[in-house]
Design a protein around this ligand. Structure first.
Ligand SMILES: [Zn+2]
Ligand SMILES: [Zn+2]
Length: 103
């Protein structure tokens, strides 16, 4: 809540500007700007967290042999020979069990 420095009345935000309805004083509101900065910061943290966990990949409907959970993330492990299909490493989203699948 902002108050007018001129007359002390409540100021209302209007299109990025804080305007006093009593005396007409107005000043630029930085509320929108702050919001953008904080949401950008949150998005950045999410990306960083994903990067830290090497097991996180796309989610697929694979049933975990350990707990029966039907959601797992997977990543592809390219074998040395180009003739072979890449090995998929699944990680259960629930119990973090990992297993391989061969096509
Ligand atoms: Zn005022
Ligand atoms: Zn599991």
């Amino acid at each position: 809540m902002e108050f007018c420095p001129e007359c002390g009345a409540m100021m209302l935000p209007n299109k990025g500007v804080l305007k006093c309805n009593s005396c007409g004083y107005s000043e630029k509101s930085d509320t929108d700007e702050e919001y953008k900065v904080s949401s950008m910061r949150e998005a950045k943290e999410t990306v960083t967290n994903l990067g830290d966990d090497v097991e996180v990949g796309p989610t697929t409907n694979e049933t975990c042999p350990e707990c029966g959970n039907d959601k797992a993330t997977y990543k592809l492990l390219q074998t040395r020979s180009a003739d072979e299909a890449p090995t998929r490493i699944f990680t259960c989203t629930k119990c973090k069990h990992t297993w391989r699948a061969y096509d």
